[in-house]
Design a binder for this molecule. Structure first.
Ligand code: ATP
Ligand code: MG
Ligand code: MG
Ligand code: MG
Length: 356
C-alpha cells in the first residue's frame, strides 16, 4: 500500500502564492515515475483567511496554480465546512509546504506533532527558532557564528510611547549607522524589509515593520556577495554545494526574488574552495544551532574585500519550486528533485520513529 502524503499548502502568510508554487512542484515530484508507486498525494489547502480545505478544491488550486475564485472560497457563513480541521487519519506523513508565519514557524508543526503523525522538516523549536531572526541570531552567536551587528526592537518601543521612540532611533544610529536594514523578525521573501539611509527613512521603516510583527530587528548593512547553502538531514545533516545570487536592484527584495529574469543563480558559486568549505561547515552549525530537521537553506554574506563570511539567516522551509535555490543546490550536488522529496519523507519517518 502507498504512503499517503498530506500536502499542506497556501497558508495565512504573505508568502501564500510562493507556497502554491512550491507545492505544485512537490506534487509533481510525488507523481513522477520514481515516486508514484510509493506515494499518494492528498492535498490540503489553507486559504488566506486560515480555513483548511480538502478534496477537489485544493486539487484545483494545485493543478491551475491559481487561487480559488471568490465564490468558490469557503467563507465565514458556510457552517458545513468552516473551522474544521481535516481528517488526520487519512494521512500517513504530512508535508507542510508553507513559508513564513503560521506555517514555517512551529505553529503547524505543533498541531502535527500533537496528532502524532510524522511530518517533513523541522519540529516546533527548530521552526520557531529558524523563523524569528532575533532568536536565530542569539543561537548563532552562541554557536560562535559571525554575523552583522544588530538591535532588537519591540513594537511597543515604536508605537506605544512617543518619548521612547527618538531614543531608540538615536541608539540605532549610534550603534549601526547607515545604511541599515529594518526587518520584521518573523517573515520571509523580504516582505516588510527596508534598507534605510537617513533618520526619516529609519522612522518610516520601523513604523512599517511594526505593522507586520511585534518583534523587529535592525541590522547594520554590509556590502557583500550573497551565497546560499542547502542542508539535508536530521542529526547528521549534510551540506550541498554553495550557490550565489546576483541582481541589479538595491537589495534582494520581493520583486527581485519573484520577477522572472531579475536575479541570477550561479551554482556552484565562483569563490575559492576554502570559502565553499567554510560556508558548508557554518551551514551545518547553523542548522544544528536552531535544532533544524529535514531541510534548511542558510544564507550568507561574503565580504570579498576582507574575506569575511557572515551568516545572514536560515530558512527551515525555503522556496521549493523547480527553479528555487534549495533543490537546484541539491541537483548540482547529485540529488534530483524527485529523489530530494523522497529523502525528505524518509527523514520525517526516521525522526518520528526516534520519538522525542
Ligand atoms: P528569505 O526569502 O530568504 O526568507 P528574508 O525575508 O528572511 O528572506 P533576509 O534574507 O534577511 O530576508 O534579507 C533579504 C535580503 O535583504 C538579503 O538577501 C539581502 O539582499 C538584503 N539584506 C538583508 N540584511 C542585510 C544586511 N544586514 N546587509 C546587507 N544586505 C542585507
Ligand atoms: Mg528568511
Ligand atoms: Mg524564507
Ligand atoms: Mg534570505
Amino acid at each position: 500500500t502507498k504512503i499517503r502524503i498530506g500536502l499542506l499548502f497556501g497558508g495565512r502568510s504573505g508568502e501564500h502564492e510562493v507556497s502554491i508554487s512550491s507545492a505544485r512542484a512537490i506534487a509533481g515530484a510525488l507523481a513522477s515515475d520514481d515516486n508514484a508507486s510509493k506515494y499518494e498525494v492528498h492535498p490540503f489547502y489553507i486559504q488566506k483567511d486560515g480555513r483548511w480545505l480538502s478534496g477537489t478544491l485544493p486539487q484545483q488550486v494545485l493543478s491551475t496554480g491559481k487561487l480559488l475564485e471568490i465564490e468558490q472560497q469557503v467563507g465565514q457563513d458556510d457552517s458545513s465546512t468552516s473551522r474544521e480541521f481535516p481528517n488526520f487519519n487519512a494521512v500517513d506523513v504530512w508535508f507542510p509546504v508553507l513559508h513564513g508565519p503560521n506555517g514555517e514557524d512551529g505553529t503547524v508543526q505543533g498541531l502535527l506533532k500533537l496528532m502524532q503523525i510524522p511530518f517533513v522538516g523541522s519540529g516546533v523549536l527548530g521552526s520557531a527558532m529558524g523563523m524569528d531572526k532575533i532568536a536565530m541570531k542569539i543561537a548563532f552567536a552562541h554557536a560562535g557564528l559571525p554575523q552583522v551587528k544588530y538591535v532588537a526592537v519591540n513594537r511597543s518601543e515604536i508605537w506605544s510611547n512617543p518619548c521612547v521612540f527618538p531614543k531608540l532611533c538615536d541608539k540605532i544610529e549610534e550603534s549601526l549607522g547607515y545604511p541599515c536594514f529594518v526587518k520584521p523578525a518573523n517573515l520571509g521573501s523580504s516582505v516588510g524589509i527596508s534598507k534605510v539611509r537617513s533618520r526619516a527613512e529609519l522612522e518610516a521603516a520601523l513604523d512599517s515593520a511594526a505593522s507586520y510583527d511585534r518583534r523587529i530587528i535592525v541590522e547594520a548593512g554590509v556590502i557583500a556577495r550573497e551565497l546560499e547553502c542547502a542542508v539535508l538531514g536530521n542529526d547528521n545533516p549534510q551540506a550541498s554545494t554553495v550557490g550565489e545570487i546576483s541582481f541589479n536592484s538595491d537589495f534582494y527584495d520581493y520583486e527581485t526574488k519573484y520577477t522572472q529574469g531579475q536575479a541570477d543563480l550561479s551554482i556552484p558559486a565562483k569563490v575559492s574552495s576554502a570559502i565553499i568549505s567554510k560556508i558548508q561547515e557554518m551551514a551545518v552549525q547553523a542548522f544544528l544551532a536552531i535544532d533544524g530537521a529535514g531541510l534548511g537553506r542558510v544564507d550568507f554574506f561574503y565580504v570579498e574585500s576582507t574575506g569575511e563570511v557572515l551568516i545572514n539567516e536560515i530558512n527551515t522551509f525555503p522556496g521549493f519550486t523547480a527553479t528555487s535555490m534549495y533543490p537546484q543546490l541539491w541537483a548540482a550536488s547529485g540529488i534530483s528533485f524527485s529523489e530530494l522529496v523522497d529523502r525528505l519523507i524518509q527523514l520525517a519517518l526516521e525522526r518520528h520513529g526516534e520519538k522525542s
